[in-house]
Write a protein that binds this ligand. Structure first.
Ligand code: ZN
Length: 121
């Protein structure tokens, strides 16, 4: 999905670049337009900059979802009862890490498991 988005940004970028070159060519070689050559050059440059911007930012934004293709879940359990809770993994979580008193009983709760779930595309 993100690859499609990326290629769409690439196509827009190429189209803008082609438009910029067309403006440059018109400004240089078409005599009736030579009076506007400066404006056409500026417009062409603006198109070029826009195309780079779209390619750069579009490509970066399209890559972002690929970094997190899975959801990491931390399972919390208790030594004294059958308490079980799942939450999103946070930095510093490790298996058997003690988390203090259980919410249901006086026993100690701890991290029982950490696992990753692939995100649906
Ligand atoms: Zn408990």
């Amino acid at each position: 999905m993100s690859k499609q988005r990326q290629s769409r940004f690439a196509i827009i970028s190429i189209a803008l670049t082609l438009g910029a070159f067309t403006l440059f060519v018109f400004a240089t070689f078409v005599d009736p337009l030579s009076a506007y050559s400066t404006e056409l050059m500026v417009a062409g440059l603006a198109l070029l900059i826009a195309s780079w911007g779209i390619y750069f930012f579009g490509g970066r934004r399209a890559q972002k979802p690929e970094e997190s293709t899975e959801n990491v879940i931390t399972v919390i359990g208790c030594g004294g009862c059958d308490f079980r809770e799942e939450r999103a993994f946070t930095l510093g979580d490790y298996i058997f890490k003690e988390l203090g008193q259980c919410k249901k009983c006086p026993g100690n709760s701890y991290i029982r498991a950490i696992y990753a779930v692939p995100l649906k595309k």
